[in-house]
Design a protein around this ligand. Structure first.
Ligand code: ZN
Length: 695
């Protein structure tokens, strides 16, 4: 944008054409976005007038109090869980079989649902996420808005064979990725339980993968299985039943529970899963058991099954027929698994956490570092934020680009160390958000993707020494702020404009938190508040208001302007200076300096200003955001013994200022002096050239 003159009133203008936004499609966003400057025509000017307008504050100022939900005994005014906080629980016992001939998973489960709410429940909702792969699903029909990369591969979804309780059939109705089960007798409130049994099967889509799938590799096939079992929907104090469908972009909101899972796979396979393996002696050779024992004690990576052993039958237990792997996991929000005859397997120890990787030969040599990358990431998050709460963590290489599950992550990157570390540190970061702090990802993707991208910003420096991650620099983000067709961060993932998930939920949230930490609150205040947010809400489910209130309460600041400006609206920042006025006080000989500073757009931020004096000495001035309380024009005045030569605002480029051409100002008289000095220099140069040797 062009610079504007203060005398003209700094008329602001806003872009109104559509060119599309950065594209990211899932948790792999972090890995792909660096080079993902794919812009796409959104249909030209026509689309501008059709674009849904978002008006967040028709009457309030950016500093007005936010219209947050009224605090109550479940969620307090301080942003903490209240004395009556409750949440539901769902425990699962699952037995599943992977048929590698047909590519089908057949399974049975017993679900024990505990109703801790104060309400009797006459019906319950379950999630059938495999139904997204049906041709008639909302995800398929709205593609590509739903960003579900399904190509032409569709299945029958989750085929329910039976749904019973105590042996009697239950009445149920399937609506897209959800089903309502009607009950004869309501589930009692305050701790009543309901147990039911489901038998189902599904085919793994052949060409499509979305957070799971299968891939043929040189030495076999890799199966990554997730969103695969009928799971209880969430009933909570804010929405009652959470029945937003699974459309593709919005990930998950689930209950905590214990999982007892037995999975039967071909004998040639090695498995990885959420949970702790209960029967290692049944599924590993003695050599492997010895190496596992060694790995559990070792800071360095110990290879448990080498690349050369993958095709060697001696690397699997002797015998015929498939093997059943038995896993248990406590207090996790879902369960995923991977299985393959092509897996190399290694592991190491981190303070009692068994850190592991499984990957095919194609993934070497980069994946030989995966376990240490995982270890470094977990260690960093432990030290900075909150201790990893689970006994194991596994990184899996396969078809999915990047997706997180409790204790288990899928990372697709094979080719570059940078890509692999980026995806690994991101996906395992999700074990803090949302695996530990359990948020509603369908509505508030920023509370997991954005918070996670923020912690990734600092974890990058731990592998690539001294380098901070991308998606944290506000100066670098300014260009992104002016993209048209933006939606506020608070928008539900599936309701965002096309290809803007990565831009808003990941990048903008992360950049905002870095700004808040580095420029607004300072690391000490920010970290105390952010740690308290995690501590308060670990194994519970916070809402945006709980986050805002916790940050304000612990940091001790009114941040309504920040939440509104950064999270609820899409306005820009343009701070400007035009001139430096200075007059000499005849009595003292001092200079009285006045610099008018302008806020030209609707977003506000603190101001940093670098003053350069005539003797080349400099001074840094920091002004709080409160200078903008009464007006978008602020006069900074001070007395100085020296004349000012120049002022520059945001000299370190740490704010997302969309127009930096109006960030520097000189005293008016300086222009004359500067021209005079320039002429003198030019003359001198000419004279010097005239006296070159040789003449
Ligand atoms: Zn993610």
């Amino acid at each position: 944008m062009n610079s504007r003159s203060a005398k003209e009133g700094f008329q602001t203008s806003k872009p109104n054409t559509i060119i599309g936004l950065l594209s990211t499609s899932s948790c792999l966003a972090l890995a792909v976005v660096a080079g993902c400057a794919s812009t796409e025509s959104g249909g030209g000017d026509n689309e501008v007038s059709y674009f849904r307008k978002r008006e967040a504050r028709p009457t309030a100022s950016i500093f007005s109090p936010l219209d947050l939900p009224t605090p109550n005994s479940v969620r307090s005014a301080a942003g903490a869980p209240g004395e009556d906080y409750w949440q539901q629980r769902a425990d699962y016992v699952i037995k599943a079989n992977l048929d590698t001939e047909t590519g089908a998973v057949t399974a049975k489960e017993t679900v024990t649902y505990t109703n801790n709410s104060p309400d009797p429940l006459k019906f319950i909702w379950i999630q059938l996420e495999q139904n997204i792969f049906r041709k008639d699903s909302l995800g398929s029909l709205t593609r590509p808005n739903a960003s579900i990369a399904m190509n032409d591969s569709t299945t029958d979804g989750a085929v329910l064979e039976s749904l019973t309780s105590s042996g009697s059939d239950l009445e149920y109705h399937v609506y897209d990725t959800l089903a309502r089960i009607d009950l004869d007798t309501p589930i009692e409130p305050n701790g009543g339980t309901f147990e039911f049994d489901v038998a189902w099967h599904f085919n793994i889509p052949k060409r499509a993968f979305r957070r799971f799938g299968m891939e043929k590799v040189k030495q076999g096939t890799i199966y990554e299985i997730a969103q695969w079992f009928p799971a209880m929907a969430v009933y909570d104090d804010v929405h009652g039943w959470n029945t937003l469908p699974y459309m593709g972009s919005g990930e998950f909101y689930t209950n905590f529970g214990d999982y007892d899972v037995e999975i039967t796979v071909p004998r040639s396979h090695i498995m990885a899963a959420t949970g702790v393996l209960q029967n290692p002696e049944d599924v590993f050779t003695q050599t492997q058991l010895n190496r596992i024992a060694e790995a559990r004690q070792s800071d360095d990576t110990v290879v448990i099954r080498t690349a050369d052993e993958v095709k060697d039958p001696a690397s699997r237990p002797a015998g015929d027929g498939p093997l059943t792997w038995h896993f248990k996991a406590n207090d996790v929000r879902t369960f995923a698994w991977a299985s393959s005859d092509a897996f190399i397997y290694d592991g190491c120890n981190l303070d009692g956490v068994f850190v592991q990787s499984v990957y095919p030969k194609e993934a070497t040599p980069n994946w030989e570092q995966s376990t240490q990358m995982l270890r470094t990431s977990i260690n960093g998050y432990n030290n900075r934020w909150f201790k990893y709460p689970y006994p194991e963590a596994t990184n899996v290489n396969g078809p999915e680009g990047g997706m997180e599950y409790p204790m288990l992550i899928f990372c697709g990157s094979r080719k570059s160390e940078r890509g692999l570390y980026g995806v690994t540190t991101h996906e395992i970061g999700h074990n803090w958000f949302p695996m530990t702090v359990n948020t509603d990802e369908r509505r508030h993707a920023w509370m997991d993707e954005g918070f996670n991208t923020f912690i990734n910003y600092y974890s990058t420096a731990e592998w690539f020494e001294g380098e901070k991650g991308r998606r944290g620099s506000a100066g670098g983000f300014a260009g992104g702020m002016t993209r048209p067709n933006q939606a506020p961060i608070m928008t539900h993932a599936d309701k965002l404009p096309r290809f803007s998930l990565g831009m808003t939920q990941y990048a903008k949230t992360s950049v905002g938190l870095v700004l808040l930490r580095e420029q607004v609150l300072g690391p000490e205040r920010f970290d105390a508040a952010f740690r308290e947010y995690i501590r308060r809400w670990a194994f519970k489910s916070p809402r945006p208001a709980d986050f805002f209130r916790t940050m304000e309460n612990v940091a001790g600041d009114d941040l309504a302007w920040f939440w509104r400006g950064w999270f609820m609206e899409t306005d820009n920042l343009d701070q400007a200076v035009e001139t430096v006025e200075q007059t000499q006080d005849e009595k003292t000989g001092q200079w009285v300096v006045t610099v008018p500073i302008f806020n030209l757009e609707d977003l506000v931020m603190p101001v940093t200003m670098k003053v350069t004096y005539e003797d080349a000495s400099t001074e840094k001035v920091k002004l709080p955001v409160e200078i903008w309380y009464p007006s978008d024009r602020f006069e900074q005045t001070w007395r100085s013994d020296k004349k000012v030569d120049k002022v520059e605002i945001d000299p370190e480029n740490v704010f997302p200022d969309i127009d930096r051409s109006n960030n520097i100002a000189y005293p008016a008289w300086n222009n004359y002096e500067r021209r005079k000095q320039q002429r003198a220099r030019e003359k001198e140069q000419q004279q010097r050239r005239g006296r070159r040797p040789g003449e």
